[in-house]
Design a protein around this ligand. Structure first.
Ligand SMILES: [Zn+2]
Ligand SMILES: [Zn+2]
Ligand SMILES: [Zn+2]
Ligand SMILES: [Zn+2]
Length: 284
């Protein structure tokens, strides 16, 4: 069945040009890459660059959108470096144990957002000290992460200080260790216990997520903890970036911007409509 035409594509070119005045250059390029009609309606890249000076973030976003597709490498949104695609798996992280022979090699130990390289798994983890006899466990929940620096909202103040419209936030799964003593958690490694009575529905086939900790209590020893999944208020996620090919990248970023632009257009149309009504009410 043919998909209905999105409302944005039905707008006359003059109105699209008007919309373009309110959104940043990288958003326009992203929209241009989503559809032929938008590509012709919006101004060309050289014209856009003449009008708006680029921030570092929008320069990075444009570079990523226009870079030729390469299935073998990806560019990390935190360190902005290009790595082989396999470096975007948590199994390559120093804090994750390589998957056991019983699981498939692609099994992720912890969940990483797209375009987030294995070097930053530590950003998804925090240790919260509690009083003696207090909470002592590993829990996991979902949080929002600033795409600019990779900081978790609610954990730390985002230090990027940038108010650009290129970065935005993504929803990520995070891991917290509540620690009530000085002996445990001197070091930790995430691992998956395959076939060991997995409890969570989504975790079933991957095995149970656990953490092996190094402890120092006179002698060195290890402890093994389960990770409890906390119920979280549902966070609505923008369509995730799935692949590094230009089209998918552009389309998914486009989708994200698309919804914001559609909101903007709706506001503008409402404005125009109310002005029109007002104009008709004024006696000539
Ligand atoms: Zn990175
Ligand atoms: Zn930022
Ligand atoms: Zn930030
Ligand atoms: Zn930014």
């Amino acid at each position: 069945m043919p998909q209905p035409k999105p409302p944005l594509l039905k707008l006359p070119p003059e109105l699209l040009l008007e919309v373009a005045r309110y959104i940043p250059t990288d958003a326009i390029i992203s929209l241009k890459l989503t559809h032929r009609t938008l590509n012709t309606a919006f101004p060309s890249l050289p014209l856009l660059l003449q009008k708006q000076p680029l921030s570092e973030c929008s320069r990075f976003a444009i570079e990523r959108l226009l870079c030729p597709p390469d299935p073998d490498t990806k560019r990390c949104f935190v360190c902005r470096k290009r790595y082989p695609a396999y470096m975007f798996s948590s199994t390559k992280s120093p804090v994750c144990a390589p998957p056991s022979h019983r699981s498939t090699p692609s099994t992720e130990i912890v969940d990483l957002p797209s375009f987030f390289c294995a070097w930053h798994v530590g950003r998804l983890v925090r240790i919260v000290r509690t009083e003696s006899g207090g909470r002592n466990e590993w829990v996991s929940d979902v949080k929002r992460m600033c795409v600019h620096l990779g900081c978790i909202q609610g954990w730390e103040k985002c230090g990027c200080g940038c108010e650009c419209e290129s970065c935005g936030v993504v929803v990520v799964r995070t891991y917290t260790r509540y620690l009530n003593n000085e002996r445990e958690c001197k070091g930790f490694t995430f691992w998956r216990k395959v076939g060991g009575g997995a409890r969570e529905g989504i975790e079933g086939s991957r095995g149970e997520l656990r953490v092996r900790e190094e402890c120092v209590d006179g002698v060195r020893s290890t402890l093994d903890f389960p990770v409890r999944y906390e119920r979280t208020v549902k966070i609505v996620e923008s369509k995730p970036l799935r692949d590094n090919t230009r089209s998918v990248d552009a389309v998914s970023i486009g989708w994200w911007l698309f919804s914001s632009v559609c909101g903007l257009v709706a506001i503008m149309l409402a404005e125009i409509r109310s002005l029109w009504k007002l104009a008709r009410e004024i006696p000539i």
